[in-house]
Design a protein around this ligand. Structure first.
Ligand code: HEM
Length: 427
């Protein structure tokens, strides 16, 4: 391990390091140019990096494609079972990353092994029952409704006025949330994801809303995801239904919002897409795929826990250690990246072997991936159809990323366009 330079808090290669010598998951490099940081980490520390989280909590960041594949494929050696964590005694109740790590809870996102499989058997068929054609139509109407709010103005913030609202409104439609409550849920999720001082209260409102929705669906089932889960033959407790409803909404909302925002940004700043802007619709799909490789919404994910001492890459990992999945870094691993020459398209174009949706037993469920794809693609298509001369209103370099090494999205994406009349879409 290279000796860090304690004066600057940077190792000679430029990675932010703690006095322990571990890399800290902090600093502007994670927001401005994470790819550069991962390249440096790879050359200094190899595919599995000792890192330090807020409060000096140690973990391993897996940035090698092969090593991440090994971790996500072997659910016995590396289960998503946070009860194994050897750091629990060190974690204060208000540790800021606690919601992301999650204590074991009876829902799809926070269980392992047989308990997880039981929740998958409830949630996946319910997600699968969503009709893609009806979803697309609903999403078009919701997108139209959002665009109606700003299309006459000639300028907008595509992140806060569109990308952050469309996924949660569409997920609300999928869950059978009454139309009149869609905006309430969207606002609650926006406050929750901002992570500011209002976030804990927003979380409580979110849980209360899901509990209320469950009661409504029990009394009057419909053709929606919650009613499908309730129709499942095996018994589940109310708490389990509610946690799964929360997981679907929370797991789907922000990554899909960032997928939309990051794709629109790419199309606005990159000449390869700008040339085709407003004309060639296939470039939307190309931009979306490129984002999943190069600018993926979930950059780092907690996590997996080591069930017995073993070697991973060049690291000796101990039972109970936490592994952070370096999805973005693994996507950029030179071992799997081949460019056919300067200026040429990357070999990945059209290739879905990225880690954007995870991999293995705990990956994003396939029907959820399809739902995300329909929401993102429909949203971008409707936006560009309605506002074909959309243009960035500020210099590309001034766009601000959300300050998180874990999720990659923009705080705002200000655009200009020729004002157009509303079409009377609903949202
Ligand atoms: C661009 C959009 C999305 C991205 C990048 C994304 C990414 C991911 C990733 C990386 C995981 C894996 C977690 C792990 O390995 O521990 C995951 C899990 C999950 N995602 Fe997604 N997701 C997206 C959209 C959605 C949507 C729209 C839904 C719901 C409709 C959804 C529902 C879920 C659920 C329920 C899980 C937990 C699966 C399990 O534990 O078995 N996701 N997602």
């Amino acid at each position: 391990m290279t000796r860090p330079d304690y004066n600057t808090g940077m190792s000679p290669g430029g990675c932010p390091v703690a006095p322990s010598g571990a890399v800290t998951l902090d600093g502007p490099g994670f927001h401005s140019d994470p790819a550069l940081l991962y390249t440096r980490m790879r050359s200094e520390y190899g595919p599995v990096v000792a890192v330090e989280l807020i409060g000096g909590i140690p973990a391993w960041l897996v940035i090698g494609y092969r090593e991440l594949h090994q971790v996500t494929t072997d659910g016995l050696l590396f289960p998503r079972d946070s009860s194994l964590w050897n750091q629990w005694p060190m974690i204060p109740p208000d540790w800021p990353l606690l919601p992301m790590v999650g204590r074991p809870q009876p829902g799809i996102y926070f269980t392992a092994g047989a308990a997880h499989a039981r929740h998958v058997s409830l949630v996946e068929p319910a997600l699968e029952s969503v009709d893609p054609f009806a979803l697309r139509t609903a999403c078009e109407q919701l997108a139209d409704g959002l665009i109606d709010r700003f299309c006459g103005r000639g300028y907008a913030d595509v992140v806060t006025e569109f990308a952050e609202l469309l996924p949660v409104l569409t997920l609300a439609w999928i869950m059978g949330v009454p139309e009149s409550d869609g905006s309430y849920l969207a606002q609650t999720m926006q406050t929750l994801c901002d992570g500011g001082p209002e976030a804990p209260a927003a979380y409580l409102r979110f849980v209360e809303y899901m509990q209320k929705l469950l009661v409504q669906k029990k009394a009057a089932p419909g053709q929606d995801l919650v009613s499908r889960m309730l129709a499942h033959p095996a018994p589940f407790a109310d708490e389990e239904y509610v946690l799964n409803m929360q997981s679907v909404t929370a797991a789907g909302h922000l990554p899909t919002a960032d997928w939309i925002g990051n794709s629109i940004r790419l199309m606005l700043v990159d000449d390869r897409f700008a040339a085709a802007f407003g004309a060639a619709r296939h470039s939307i799909g190309q931009a979306m795929t490129e984002v999943l490789w190069e600018d993926t919404p979930t950059q780092i994910l907690a996590g997996r826990w080591v069930s017995r001492d073993t070697r991973l890459g060049e690291a000796l990992v101990r039972r109970g250690d936490m592994l952070l999945l370096g999805l973005a870094a693994a996507n950029a691993d030179p071992h799997i990246r081949q460019y056919s020459g300067a200026g040429a398209e990357p070999a990945h174009s059209g290739n879905a072997a990225h880690f954007a949706f995870g991999h293995g037993e705990y990956r994003c469920p396939y029907p959820a991936q399809q739902i995300a794809e329909i929401i993102a693609r429909t949203g971008i298509e409707v936006l560009l159809d309605r506002l074909p001369d959309l243009d960035l209103a500020v210099p590309a370099e001034s766009l601000i990323r959300r300050p998180s090494p874990f999720l990659r999205g923009f705080t705002a994406l200000p655009v200009d366009f020729t004002p157009v009349p509303a079409v009377g879409g609903g949202s």
